[in-house]
Design a protein around this ligand. Structure first.
Ligand code: WTA
Length: 646
């Protein structure tokens, strides 16, 4: 890392930003010294049916473990994202939708349009029997109806569980079953880079395994031919014809669940991360305004998918709570050509672009010409999220894309945190390529060593958060014990992020990446255990160990070691079969880049797989395997090195 390089706040940004360096110190200082009054004051940014009088009420200690925010408050999230803007900006654009195919018409929806669409969607859900507290699975392409569906659930108090449209039928079924979801919203097909994705067909396969599922609502997106099951499936466009344009917003307790979002951890089974209404919305709205210095009238584009937390918080909830114009893009950054993302910026005069390092690396590989062919004059701020950004990509983003004019806001956060946790504020903090910089107000990060000792000053270790914040997840769906064990047992009294971190002499935070068995492939978070579980389900596989290895564009790539059952011969064909198998068990993005057949895996005498060694071999760094004295059979390692796939 080039640590010497610092980009101070420009004079222009010093003048225009809502929060300058001094303002940040005050905000952060007060949020820590007097969180109660700080957060009750911040709560005024939302429209409450009953204004809360209590802010945080929490303890991370095992014998009194609980987390609540604004528990006596009542509100409705969809009314906060829509209704309250009607008087002041009913005719302002809420959502701009840009289709996959540049020759197709873009669409836009004012806040008044959004109100009607969401109310009508909510009325369809109600008529199909969805009531407060029911779980509704959403498996949708990036079309406006996906946003309407989320907000319609919020309007009637149903809990949405969005499953990313790249997941396989197996994965959908598992998620439906885990939260016992009787309802599912999907589309006939999705579109991506000129191809269609058979969403409804995937749902049909999932439904065969997920007995909880009773109703499927199908949005007609491409008009493709799909099978409909009588009594279970209904077309949305037919159902919506005769419903009313208005639907009252259900008063919800601040701690009533808003959504579940499944995410990978270090065990095989994805966790249902639960977020609640008041604290989550406050956090999404607060961080969206602060980190991006958002002002009304600006066009905000978060180029993520609604299937991930980034889409939840920064395509839908944060921007709409702030009355913003949010852009939703159906396609991918580099289709039909490497210029597309910048063409979309010009077409809709985007002011803030928020994307992932993996997309930047892929675009960077195409050279500067596709960028320079566009104007990008509307851009004023650039954001990044999802993985550590390498300084080279950071500088390209800053210099080539932003023409040295736009601050780069590198936001570190997680599905579990609801919104940004560590990020520079554009008017307050000098930027350093690859550095997430400073904690948001309310966030109290600490760096600890393996024994839990808090390290001060310049330090490197594991990142923990020492106190609760409004956007914190509240539980793992149906598994409070797993919630506690995963996040609060390692360092008692603290939330453990599972990320490594370094604090420099200036007090700035640099995220160094996961310290558990979670890998990040093209911004998709995946548990290696999940891929291993999928592999060993195959009849030929006895054992599997999966590690990540560095990849120029994807950040990390999946490298799998597979031991076959005795009597099964390894072959290229079997390799292909296993790759296809993982695609169908989890989804295309989980397919291993390399599968190495291994007669045995390196284990300790107590039978634990030594992943550290497997990682080193996959990386090709075999000169420094570290301590191998605990290996049960050192010869295993030599075989692995000799047969490594480069
Ligand atoms: C990683 C995505 C470095 C980190 C919002 C975290 C980052 C995991 C950054 C969460 C960043 C996210 N710099 N690392 N700016 N942003 N990460 O749940 O390892 O999909 O724990 O949430 O992504 O991934 P998730």
């Amino acid at each position: 890392m080039v640590e010497g390089q610092v980009y101070p706040v420009s004079d222009e940004w010093k003048k225009r930003a809502k929060v300058d360096a001094e303002g940040y110190e005050q905000l952060h200082g007060r949020s820590i010294a007097d969180p109660g009054s700080f957060w009750l004051e911040q709560a005024r940014r939302l429209d409450w049916i009953k204004r809360p009088e209590i802010a945080g009420d929490w303890s991370f200690d095992e014998d009194d473990f609980h987390i609540q925010w604004f528990a006596d408050g009542k509100l409705n999230v969809s009314a906060n994202c829509i209704d309250r803007h009607l008087k002041t900006r009913g005719d302002a654009t809420a959502i701009i939708w840009e289709p996959d195919d540049p020759n197709e018409q873009a669409k836009s929806f004012t806040y008044r349009d959004l109100h009607r669409e969401v109310c009508r969607f909510a009325n369809v859900l109600k008529r199909e029997g969805v009531t407060k507290g029911d779980r509704v699975t959403i498996y949708m392409p990036m079309i406006p109806e996906a946003a309407f569906a989320l907000l319609a659930c919020a309007r009637i108090g149903a809990i949405h569980s969005v499953v990313f449209a790249g997941f396989s039928p197996e994965a959908i079924a598992g998620r439906i079953t885990d939260c016992d979801s009787a309802f599912l919203i999907t589309a006939d097909e999705g579109r991506r880079a000129g191809r269609t994705v058979p969403l409804k067909a995937n749902v049909d396969k999932a439904a065969a395994q997920a007995r909880a599922l009773k109703k499927v609502i199908v949005v007609r997106a491409t008009g493709g031919d799909v099978a409909m099951t009588e009594g279970r499936d209904i077309w949305y466009d037919e159902a919506v014809r005769d419903v009313a344009d208005d639907c009252p917003a259900e008063p919800m307790g601040a701690e009533d669940p808003l959504f579940i979002l499944y995410t990978s951890g270090s065990t095989g089974k994805p966790k249902g991360v639960l977020h609640t209404s008041g604290g989550y919305l406050l956090w999404a709205s607060f961080t969206h305004e602060l980190a991006f210095d958002y002002r009304p009238g600006e066009i905000f584009w978060c180029a993520a998918d609604i299937g991930w937390i980034t889409g939840h918080s920064y395509i839908v909830y944060g921007p709409l709570a702030n009355g913003a114009t949010t852009l939703m893009y159906e396609g991918v950054p580099n289709w039909p050509d490497a210029s597309r993302i910048w063409q979309v910026v010009d077409k809709h005069r985007v002011n803030t672009l928020y994307t992932a390092p993996t997309a930047l690396r892929a675009l960077m590989a195409e050279g500067d010409e596709p960028v320079k062919a566009t104007s990008r004059a509307s851009l004023r701020l650039l954001g990044t999220v999802g993985e550590p950004i390498n300084p080279e990509a950071w500088r390209w983003y800053h210099h080539v894309v932003g023409e040295d004019r736009c601050p780069i806001i590198d936001t570190w956060w997680q599905t579990e945190t609801g919104g940004h946790m560590i990020a520079p504020l554009p008017g307050a903090h000098a930027l350093k390529p690859g550095c997430a910089t400073k904690p948001m107000p309310g966030i109290d990060p600490q760096i600890v060593d393996a024994d839990g000792n808090v390290l001060t000053g310049e330090a490197q270790g594991n990142l923990v958060i020492a106190r609760s914040w409004p956007g914190q997840m509240r539980t793992v769906w149906n598994d409070q014990e797993r919630f506690f064990q995963t996040y609060f047992a390692t360092y008692p009294g603290k939330y453990f992020t599972s990320d490594g971190c370094r604090r420099d002499a200036n007090g700035d935070y640099w995220i160094t990446g996961r310290v558990d068995d979670v890998i990040n492939v093209s911004g998709h978070r995946m548990g290696t255990a999940e891929i291993e579980s999928a592999l060993v389900l195959h009849e030929s596989v006895a054992e599997a160990a999966v590690v990540g290895r560095p990849h120029d564009v994807k950040g990390q790539a999946i490298y799998a070691y597979v031991t076959l059952n005795s009597g099964v011969e390894s072959s290229e064909e079997l390799r292909d079969t296993l790759i296809k198998w993982v695609r169908s068990e989890i989804g295309p993005f989980a397919a291993p880049e390399a599968i190495q057949f291994a007669p045995a895996l390196p284990k300790t005498r107590s039978g634990k797989i030594m992943r550290r060694i497997l990682r080193k071999i996959a990386e090709g760094d075999t000169s420094s395997l570290g301590d191998t004295s605990t290996l049960a059979d050192p010869a295993v390692v030599d075989h692995l090195i000799d047969n490594r796939i480069s």
